[in-house]
Design a protein around this ligand. Structure first.
Ligand code: DON
Length: 303
């Protein structure tokens, strides 16, 4: 397919729509059948939000052509197209390019000498205070929201906190950041951490339980769906597939209030020596990293 490049959007948007549509049996569905028209409309809707959001004169903007033309990207779009229901344009946002976290970031590192580092650093909300320190480009955080600004009033993460975390001169706000290193016989064996506000603590807990108690390998432990309870609000947020329908019923009968998933954490974890704790080493490999797929960014890499 050879077509018009930017500054026309034509070529790339045609190809993006074709990539989306090649996953549907258009011919079998029949020319202008309702189902095939539905898929075509939805492909158009999604491709145009990208057109209208990302593309412009390449002398001025970097057009993300590789990503918009990627077959994997088209597959993701197909996955959100409901085969039975028209999309609602105002609810559809342009696909966001994989990028570094824009609020809180975590990384886990180990080296050949047995050192381990687990770092979580936070701007708090998206782009923190949305202010950069003069002439540095360094974004300032808005950590003040981690304090109890008023007793009984939930903060951005819904945490209802008390006097102990009230604002006072020289005081630091109570954080949930939990960069963690698990050691055995004095040696680091497991490194883990994540962003995610109040859900950092339970996500790290889940991952430790998954590795230590349930014997999962590092990627399984990071991938496994989670649930989160933080006292108030009195609801346990449950990720999709975290519990089976009958478990859900038993828990509900027990009086649990189960809620919808919240924005995802982004775990970065390493197990030293084998894919699972105390497991068998594979070849000469020594470190097994897992990057949380939930935020569509990040990488587990070694060299
Ligand atoms: O220190 C804390 O607990 C919060 N400032 C962390 C914020 C955070 O993880 C935002 N990330 N999604």
């Amino acid at each position: 397919m050879v077509s018009a490049p930017p500054p026309s959007s034509g070529g790339v948007i045609i190809c993006e729509m074709l990539n989306i549509l090649e996953g549907y049996p258009l011919k079998d569905l029949g020319f202008r059948s309702a189902q095939s028209v539905h898929y075509q409309i939805e492909a158009m809707r999604h491709a145009y939000v990208d057109r209208n959001s990302y593309l412009g004169d390449p002398d001025f903007v970097k057009n993300p052509l590789d990503r918009l033309l990627d077959k994997g990207y088209a597959e993701k779009i197909r996955a959100v197209i409901d085969p039975k229901k028209a999309g609602v344009s105002k609810d559809i946002k342009p696909g966001v390019a994989p990028h570094e976290g824009s609020n809180t970031t975590h990384y886990s590192i180990t080296d050949q000498w047995g050192n381990a580092v687990s770092v979580t650093y936070t701007l708090n909300d998206w782009f923190g205070a949305k202010v950069t320190a003069d002439k540095t480009g360094v974004l300032l955080n808005n950590e003040m929201d981690d304090f109890t600004s008023k007793i009984g009033v939930p903060n951005m993460y819904g945490l209802v906190q008390g006097e102990a975390n009230a604002i006072a001169p020289g005081k630091r706000p109570l954080s949930s950041m939990s960069p963690t290193i698990v050691s055995k016989d004095g040696k680091p064996v497991f490194v883990v951490g994540t962003p995610g506000g109040s859900r950092i603590i339970t996500a790290v807990l889940h991952t430790i339980l998954n590795v230590v108690d349930y014997g999962m390998n590092v990627q399984e432990a990071v991938d496994a769906p989670r649930f989160h309870q933080q006292w108030l609000p009195d609801v346990t947020n449950v990720e999709t597939f975290a519990i089976s329908p009958d478990t859900r019923k038993i828990l509900t009968d027990m009086g649990h209030n189960l809620g919808v998933p919240q924005p995802a954490n982004h775990l970065a974890a390493i197990i030293v020596g084998a894919p699972s704790l105390g497991g068998k080493q594979v070849g000469a490999n020594r470190f097994y990293g897992a990057n949380d797929p939930r935020r569509n960014t990040g990488l587990a890499a070694g060299y």
